[in-house]
Design a protein around this ligand. Structure first.
Ligand code: NAP
Length: 316
């Protein structure tokens, strides 16, 4: 099979297509013939030697990628709920060595959900790491409640556009930050209050916020604490909660934490149900072929992607 190997940490020139053996499933694993892969900022950070690279580099060949949708071609001896021929999607082995930039991927069966029949592989592959992050942060970490006010930074991005849709579905009021080019997109997906972070200071507009979802970090995290209600919650997915913020956090009795998404079949099933019902939609702004992985990385590196970037391995 073809796989894209990362020869060593560095630039996109280190992503090389090679022929390697199709993986075999361990007892708890399935093998998936990949139709679509989604690309995330963590792929780029890891390619450059950050994020998960240190934990993957000894396990050669290093193959990036965690998000796939495809058809099951082999099933391990202990797997019960998934069979050969099923269409599945999931974020595999995260945080770990996903090896998803390949025509076939072996991964634990309990990292997947069955793909709804009315959803194409590209949309399913898109609704994995970014959507799981949105779901796990809002539902498990912030434990959001109907009627609360959410401030979603980077609301037009991969994580942001899913978080907005999930929060609206759960009955929250949503303020979202993006540049002016994304105003109509954010209104379409349900943002109640659009904040152009390039033109105004969000702290002057967003008030009495119950929950802040932070994919930006640095000064944005620090200033976000000012607009949270007493007892409010901030979850950062970029390590924005640092020790020097403790006095501000304690003064308002806030809950502020950093979070890293984890593979989860049960959470994938929640996303599958929302997709099937049309409550959650993937916005895919760029689709590339397997041989165009470099272009996909370059697009994510702009930091301006609206929604998701997908690689079609097999067009369905
Ligand atoms: N810890 C975890 O588990 C976890 C999981 C997923 C992602 N992450 C991290 O979270 C970050 C976001 O991921 P993603 O997939 O959503 O990235 P992405 O899709 O590449 O995000 C791009 C979006 O960010 C917006 N943006 C850039 N700078 C902004 C700013 N200062 N204020 C508001 N919006 C801004 C852009 O909107 P404009 O074009 O309008 O500026 C664009 O739509 C990445 O660093 C990623 O590695 C962490």
């Amino acid at each position: 099979m073809k796989a894209i190997i990362l020869t060593e940490q560095g630039g996109v020139e280190n992503l090389i297509v090679e022929e390697i053996a199709i993986p075999r499933p361990k007892a708890n694993e399935i093998v998936v013939k990949v139709y679509a892969i989604s690309i995330n900022p963590v792929d780029i950070k890891t390619r450059k030697g950050g994020a998960l690279y240190a934990s993957m580099k000894e396990d050669r060949p290093v193959i990036l990628g965690w998000d796939i949708s495809g058809i099951v071609t082999a099933v391990g001896s202990e797997v019960q709920n998934i069979k050969e021929g099923d269409a599945v999607f999931g974020m595999v082995n995260f945080p770990g060595h996903g090896k998803a930039y390949a025509e076939y991927v072996a991964a634990p069966a309990d990292h997947f959900a069955l793909k709804p029949k009315n959803i194409a592989h590209a949309e399913a592959a898109a609704t994995t790491l970014a959507a799981l992050t949105a779901w796990q942060v809002l539902v498990h970490e912030a434990k959001v409640q109907e009627g609360q006010h959410l401030l979603m930074h980077a609301a037009a991005g991969g994580v942001g556009h899913y978080a907005v849709q999930i929060a609206k579905h759960l009955g929250l009021r949503v303020s979202g930050t993006a540049s002016a080019a994304n105003e109509s997109f954010l209104k379409e997906i349900g943002v109640d209050q659009f904040i152009d972070y390039t033109a105004v200071d969000f702290t002057a507009i967003a008030k009495d916020i119950d929950v802040i979802f932070d994919p930006i970090g640095g000064e944005t995290t620090a200033r976000s604490l000012q607009v949270l209600k007493q007892g409010g919650t901030l979850v950062s997915i970029v390590g924005g909660v640092k020790d020097h913020l403790s006095p501000a956090i304690q003064e308002k009795n806030l809950t502020a934490k950093n979070y890293l998404v984890k593979s989860s079949g049960p959470d994938m099933e929640q996303l599958a149900s929302l997709l099937e019902q049309g409550i959650l939609k993937a916005h895919i702004s760029y689709q590339f072929s397997f041989d165009e992985m470099v272009k996909a990385h370059q697009q994510i590196e702009t930091g301006k992607t609206r929604g998701k970037v997908i690689i079609n391995v097999i067009k369905d």
